[in-house]
Ligand binder design. Structure first.
Ligand code: PGA
Ligand code: ZN
Length: 419
């Protein structure tokens, strides 16, 4: 049984230049692991609490020294010398130690850093690749397929300059059977889109937080039209070889029960618009098509898109088992966007994943807009047999760390992509 010798953490910087945590965990047998935590921009209101210092003199209040001190101090003091037999037991201990409803006392960022570092150390102790450790910890069994990448092509909303309210338009290489081909296709479409926006908008390759292209679109629908053109000019057939996915991030423009999307729309009109888009373009997945607290209208969105596009809940669900259970009961969604830092520990995220799987939902394991060069996300998506992985665009090393890890896993396992 692993015995914690020492937990340590430091403040590091994420892809937006904001502080976050990197924790390391050493076991008494010498095994060790370290891991870094990401951070969102369009965060759901129900997310676990990211502890920030609030000192305006440092990083505009975003410093993480308190969270670091919690890892090196209180959490280390409690875990040091303790033999803990499972990830679940560790994560339960962390949650109980924090004791608050949204992990605001010690910080969800502190708890997740420890949860992940302990996982890496345990995988090292067992001498198994991290994805296999993740599969074992959930009892899901060894993976037989790899997740299909969904890749940001265009961005707006909170991830770009807000040129259009839609947050991300993603491409999904539908037919590719192996990761290398899937990524090759995504890069080809991205390059074609880069040429297209240079010609059409005179726009240079300026990118949004996750690397999506962000030309000055006049209308949301320009995003779809330009995506179609980019897919074709890369030599692929839209809807056949490459499909679209959409992160509407509708909570960002929902005020007073209206959706401020090129005008002011009721929920009913918003649903009609999304289903019209899904008929006109090959959209196979719509994320956060409605706002996180507009529970009353999600079942109608799901009915309107049934058979056409997955209804994927991000801010709606916040990787939170009780919100997921509610969505299952009410028929509000049929796919889970899983972001471990929304809930705060691996164990709780595994429970969320299990609930979604048992309900027959699709699972997309997702990065955040603020990321680090750590690549555990690829192992998580593989180990938990997610159908899709969402890392952002196909540029920038904090994104490519995950794709490159997927390439390595694909090489060592020879596994094909899911369905
Ligand atoms: P976030 O965005 O990390 O800024 O929350 C990612 C997403 O909405 O999927
Ligand atoms: Zn989202």
């Amino acid at each position: 049984m692993p015995v914690v010798e020492r937990l340590h953490a430091i403040e590091i910087l994420d892809s937006r230049g904001r502080p976050t945590l990197q924790a390391s965990c050493q076991f008494s047998d010498g095994s060790e692991g370290s891991a870094s935590v990401p951070s969102g921009a369009s965060t759901g209101a129900a997310e676990a609490h990211e502890l920030r210092d609030g000192d305006p003199q440092r990083y505009r209040g975003l410093g993480c020294r308190k969270a670091v001190a919690n890892v090196c101090g209180e959490i280390n003091d409690v875990l040091q010398g303790r033999a803990i037999d499972s990830q679940e037991a560790l994560d339960r201990t962390l949650v109980e130690l924090d004791g608050s409803a949204q992990k605001s006392r010690l910080g969800a960022n502190a708890l997740l850093a420890v949860s992940l570092a302990w996982a890496r150390a345990n995988a090292a102790k067992q001498r198994v690749p991290l994805y296999r450790y993740f599969a074992q910890m959930t009892g899901f069994g060894p993976p037989t397929v790899l997740p299909r990448p969904t890749v940001n092509l265009f961005s707006g909303g909170a991830h770009a300059g807000g040129q259009v309210p839609l947050q991300d338009l993603l491409i999904l290489p539908r037919r590719a059977q192996f990761i290398p081909k899937a990524l090759e296709i995504c890069v080809a479409v991205y390059e074609a889109a880069t040429d297209l926006i240079a010609d059409k908008y005179g726009a240079r390759r300026l990118t949004a937080d996750e690397g999506g292209l962000a030309p000055p679109f006049s209308h949301c629908e320009d995003m779809f039209e330009d995506a179609m053109l980019a897919i074709e000019s890369a030599g692929y057939r839209p809807g056949e070889d490459v499909c679209l996915a959409l992160d509407v991030a509708a909570s960002q423009f929902w005020r007073d029960d209206r959706y401020r999307l090129e005008g002011s729309l009721s929920a009913e009109s918003m649903i009609t618009l999304l289903s019209d888009w899904a008929q006109r373009w090959p959209i196979v997945c719509v994320e956060d098509g409605l706002a996180e607290d507009d529970w009353a209208h999600w079942p109608a969105l799901r009915s309107a898109l049934a058979g056409q596009a997955l209804v994927l809940g991000d801010d709606l669900l916040c990787t939170n088992p009780s919100r997921i259970q509610r969505a299952i009961d009410e028929g509000a969604a049929d796919a889970l966007l899983l972001k471990v830092n929304q809930i705060g520990t691996l164990g709780e995220a595994a429970h969320a994943c299990q609930l979604a799987r048992d309900a027959g939902w699709h699972v997309t394991v997702s990065a955040r807009s603020g990321e680090t060069e750590d690549n555990w996300l690829a192992d998580l998506a593989v180990g938990w047999s997610a159908q899709h992985i969402k890392v952002g665009s196909i540029t920038q090393s904090e994104r490519l760390a995950k794709y490159n890890r997927l390439l390595a896993i694909a090489d060592s396992t020879s596994l094909p992509i899911a369905g």
